[in-house]
Design a protein around this ligand. Structure first.
Ligand code: UDP
Ligand code: MG
Length: 320
């Protein structure tokens, strides 16, 4: 057990206010885990500087110099949370057996790490950190965040409710993740797609202890939209369904218009116009819907996602 190298990946964007405290607390945690022989002493905390404009990178450099269990990488510019996280995960997996990702502000309770490692030792390949309440979140954050999960469900994106990016994965899982070449990456959606034995650990989510949220409403909406459009083509199916609905309406309108014409209840030309407008509209919608179906197929093709992942192969069993 003590041979397991753990890397904790932490994306940081303008986090100068929190880094010192974060590293202090993580240092205690790392020391304890190594002392108790739960992880190898080659384990590290990997900070990913996501093109910060403040002193974040300077701080990371100085922490790395002073501390044994800390290291860092820096991106050339700000690429957003998900990309920074991916960069960290793929860098860490080259050195580590097991990787945990978390936020710089320690809103994720670091004591959940022990529980995650326990589940890992029991054979889990992915352990999702799930917050069991949002008591500490502002009402605004609570409603928008919960709305986010509901909308994702509605559109058929399989994500773990109330799970952000606090999770443990093994190297094996990240090797699979690397095969997903898509540019618009929505990690929360991809991990459930990869599969493997997964577990959940519940934790209390705290307040950001310093600095501001780097996720203002605009970024959150963008994030949600990214999640939907990079995971499902349901919005395209909607167009086709609307086309069919309008077509049915157009038939009703036709019957209605003809009845009015027969009963002599119209001005001249009205019947022709009203039938044409509805009929053409439905034709257009259906046509766009058909094109949409093909675009949806092309979209799924260009993503080039792996079609399967073999977890165990008896042929490759070690010689007895
Ligand atoms: N973050 C990042 N790049 C960005 C925005 C955020 O690396 O462009 C990091 C940030 O430093 C933090 C994590 O993503 O470690 C989550 O951000 P934050 O805590 O502000 O989000 P919230 O908890 O408010 O949803
Ligand atoms: Mg936060």
């Amino acid at each position: 057990m003590k041979d397991n190298i753990l890397y904790i990946v932490i994306p940081c964007y303008n986090e100068e206010d929190v880094l010192e405290e974060t590293s202090k607390r993580l240092k205690v945690k790392m020391n304890k885990l190594v002392e108790n022989k739960i992880i190898s002493n080659k384990s590290k905390v990997l900070f990913v500087n996501d093109g910060s404009k403040d002193k974040t990178w300077k701080l990371i450099e100085s922490i790395e110099k002073k501390e044994k269990y800390f290291t860092g990488i820096s991106l050339s510019r700000n690429r957003g949370h998900q990309n920074a996280l991916l960069a960290g995960l793929l860098t860490a997996k080259e050195k580590a057996d097991v990787i945990i990702s978390m936020d710089a502000d320690l809103q994720d309770d670091i004591d959940a790490i022990d529980k995650m490692l326990e589940k890992y030792n029991d054979g889990a390949d992915i352990v999702y950190g799930v917050r069991n309440s949002r008591k500490k979140d502002t009402l605004f954050k609570k409603t928008t965040a919960q709305g986010f999960y509901k909308i994702m469900k509605l559109f058929g994106v399989d994500i773990v409710y109330n799970h952000a990016d606090y999770r443990l994965t093994t190297k094996k899982v990240l090797d699979e993740l690397e095969k997903y070449n898509e540019v618009n990456l929505f990690l929360r959606g991809i991990f459930p797609l990869i599969g493997f034995k997964s577990e959940i650990v519940y934790y209390e989510r705290g307040e950001r202890f310093a600095g501001e949220s780097k996720y203002p409403l605009k970024k959150m909406i963008h994030f949600a939209w990214d999640g939907i459009t990079s995971f499902t083509i349901k919005p395209l199916h909607f167009i086709f369904s609307i086309g069919i609905i309008i077509f049915i309406v157009s038939i009703l309108i036709m019957i209605y218009s003809l009845v009015r014409k027969v009963t002599g209840n119209t001005v001249s030309g009205w019947t022709f116009l009203s039938i044409s407008i509805w009929f053409i509209a439905s034709l257009q919608m259906i046509s766009i819907g058909i094109i949409g179906e093909y675009i949806g197929k092309i979209y799924m093709e260009v993503k080039h996602r792996p079609r399967y992942c073999i977890e165990k192969n008896l042929e490759e069993r070690e010689e007895k």
